[in-house]
Every structure is written in structure tokens, then in C-alpha cells.
Write a protein that binds this ligand. Structure first.
Ligand SMILES: C[S@@+](CC[C@H](N)C(=O)[O-])C[C@H]1O[C@@H](n2cnc3c(N)ncnc32)[C@H](O)[C@@H]1O
Length: 322
């Protein structure tokens, strides 16, 4: 998809070499791993949207219900003429809920590594909200991003919006550093609105990451297909399986691609051995208690001003003043 005329598009996307280098480096480690941002090519993003529709995956609908229920209170805290900067914006459905109740929002920037979904979502938003300045930034949000000058102007608050509990993909130490980086970006009057998945019954978590229809498995294994497509790899997908399990003692769901047999595969001209049962770590999803996350936010320099949860305490949304 090409950017339409109504959005400003900044293409800072990591190049093919960065995927190849990350894969070759990650598969050479004693414990093989590939950073989770590479799960999101066009197909990966579409599969993630399908995961959100599965009956087991409660985070998306629960977060949406919290945002809907508390929209007025959130709008009051954010105030008029705000600029929203959404990290890992994906399909951009949640920000639409916010924009409906905000007082004359001024601008919106979506940041995502997945170019197609970013362009689709920002294009859609610019049509739904004609007066809003809409900017699409295709970039890795873990690297510092200079905001375009138009987003640094204006009287309203700058608010970083980080839904989907994507913060859980980072270790608590990385999360603290990332939140501090966002705090510098929104400035002293700014804020962060962030969705955080809560610690809960392991059975519920294990079900959410192992849906019966196998969509999460397809999402994880798409990483092998992506390597076959983009890096000339020769993975035989049926010889691998998705493996996700909640590690209660540390509070995280760890996700791996597990080799079902002893085998080798070639990636970008290099041969790698996989023992039966060996994993490639693809993603973690850290879970928090509300008080633990507020402590982490304080360590990053924020003042937690509000936190909303659903009646079953599955998910939390925090408003943090910078
Ligand atoms: C779990 S999905 C959440 C999507 C959406 N925000 C939601 O709440 O439903 C994570 C999104 O972040 C993007 N993403 C993951 N890692 C990223 C990174 N390092 N830089 C930029 N975008 C990233 C993915 O492409 C994907 O769209």
C-alpha cells in the first residue's frame, strides 16, 4: 500500500539487512532467539488481528471495554487539543475510542514497524477524523525517534498511548528504560496512557496464548515462513511447533518455536542445527500486579494518577503524568 495524500508518512523502517543480521545473530546464540518485532510482517499483523478475535484472547476486548467505560475520565485528564503518539499502533482501533471523547484533539502519530497495517490504519483514521493531523511513522520504537516538528508544537498535552500490553514484551528493566524515553518525548506537561495485562490464573493465561483454533501458533510459526520468504531459508514448518507457557515464578508467558526433530536448516546461506525439543525464543509477555507496574512507572519518573481495571481484574489501563 502507498501512503495516501492525507497523511504524512515518515519511513524509518528497519531494512532487510537488519532482519537478516538479527536472525543470524539470534540463531548463533547458545539459546536461540529472534526479537519479537520481527513477528510483525504484513501476514504477522493480520494474524495478530485474528488472535484478538479468538474467544481465549481476553486482552483486546477487555482493554477496549475499560477504555470505553472510562473514556470521559481519560479525556478530562488528557485535556484539550492533545497530540497523541501511539506506539505499536497496529490496526489503530483503540485510539478511535479515545478520539471520540477527547476535546478537540490536534494531532495523532502512529508508530509501527509493520508498514502495511500502519498505512491502512492511519489512512482509515484520517478519513474518520478529517480535522486531525495524522502522521504515520514506520520505525522501531525501541530506537529514539525524533518527532516531526509539527507534533512538537501546539498548546495541548502530548500523550504517549501504548495499548495492547506491548510493554509486556520488554523485560521490567527494558520497560523502565523505554518508559523513561517516552517521558522525555512527551515533555514535562505530557502523560502516558498504557494498557498492562495483569497477573492471573495460569490456566487462563495458557489458554490465551494457545488458542484452540491454532491462530497464535500460526502467528509464531509465520516467523519461519518470513525467513523462508525474505531470507531464502528452507525451514520445513511442519517440523516445528509453537510453545507458550506461563512461568508463574517470574510472571511471564514465554513463547518459543520448538523443533520437533533433530534437524538442520539454512538461513541466508548459513546452516543451523536444531536438536529435538530445542527452542527459538520469539516473545515474552510479562504480567504485572497494579502496584508493581506503578512502582516501575515511578522508577521511570512518572506519577501514576489513575488506574482502571475490569470487574474480573484481567487487565489494567494506567494514566501516568510525566
Ligand atoms: C501486540 S500488537 C498491539 C497492536 C495494537 N496496539 C493493539 O493494542 O491491539 C503490537 C504492535 O506493535 C508493533 N511493534 C512490535 N514491536 C515493535 C517495535 N519494536 N517498534 C515498532 N512497532 C513494533 C507490531 O507491529 C504490532 O502492530
Amino acid at each position: 500500500m502507498r501512503p495516501s495524500g492525507t497523511i504524512a508518512f515518515h519511513d524509518l523502517a528497519p531494512k532487510l539487512e537488519s532482519f537478516r543480521d538479527a536472525v543470524l545473530d539470534g540463531l548463533s546464540q547458545p539459546r536461540k532467539r529472534i526479537p519479537c518485532r520481527f513477528l510483525y510482517d504484513e501476514r504477522g499483523s493480520d494474524l495478530f488481528e485474528a488472535i484478538c478475535e479468538t474467544p481465549e484472547y481476553y486482552p483486546t476486548r477487555t482493554e477496549m471495554s475499560i477504555l470505553k467505560k472510562h473514556a470521559r475520565k481519560i479525556a478530562k485528564l488528557i485535556g484539550p487539543e492533545a497530540t497523541l503518539i501511539e506506539y505499536g499502533s497496529g490496526a489503530g482501533q483503540k485510539v478511535k475510542l479515545l478520539l471520540r471523547t477527547l476535546d478537540r484533539p490536534r494531532a495523532y502519530a502512529g508508530i509501527d514497524v509493520s508498514r502495511e497495517i500502519l498505512l491502512r490504519a492511519t489512512d482509515d483514521l484520517s478519513m474518520a477524523a478529517p480535522g486531525l493531523e495524522v502522521v504515520a511513522i514506520c520505525a522501531d520504537f525501541l530506537t529514539p525517534i525524533a518527532l516531526p516538528p509539527s507534533l512538537r508544537r501546539g498548546g495541548g498535552r502530548r500523550v504517549a498511548f501504548f495499548p495492547g500490553s506491548s510493554i509486556g514484551n520488554l523485560t521490567p528493566e527494558e520497560a523502565t528504560r523505554f518508559l523513561a524515553q517516552c517521558r522525555a518525548m512527551v515533555g514535562p506537561q505530557g502523560a502516558m496512557l498504557i494498557g498492562v495485562d495483569l497477573k492471573k490464573d495460569p490456566a487462563r493465561l495458557n489458554a490465551a496464548y494457545n488458542d484452540a483454533a491454532g491462530i497464535t501458533a500460526a502467528f509464531t510459526l509465520n516467523l519461519l515462513e518470513r525467513m523462508n520468504r525474505e531470507l531464502g531459508a528452507d525451514f520445513i514448518i511442519e517440523r516445528f511447533a509453537h510453545h507458550a507457557t506461563y512461568e508463574r515464578s517470574v510472571g511471564r508467558v514465554a513463547i518459543h518455536i520448538r523443533s520437533l526433530v533433530d534437524q538442520t536448516a539454512t538461513v541466508a546461506g548459513r546452516r543451523f542445527r536444531f536438536a529435538k525439543g530445542e527452542g527459538i525464543h520469539t516473545e515474552d509477555s510479562w504480567k504485572y500486579a497494579v502496584s508493581d507496574f506503578q512502582m516501575l512507572a515511578r522508577d521511570a519518573g512518572y506519577t501514576p494518577l489513575a488506574c482502571w481495571t475490569d470487574s474480573a481484574d484481567l487487565f489494567s489501563v494506567h494514566y501516568l503524568a510525566a
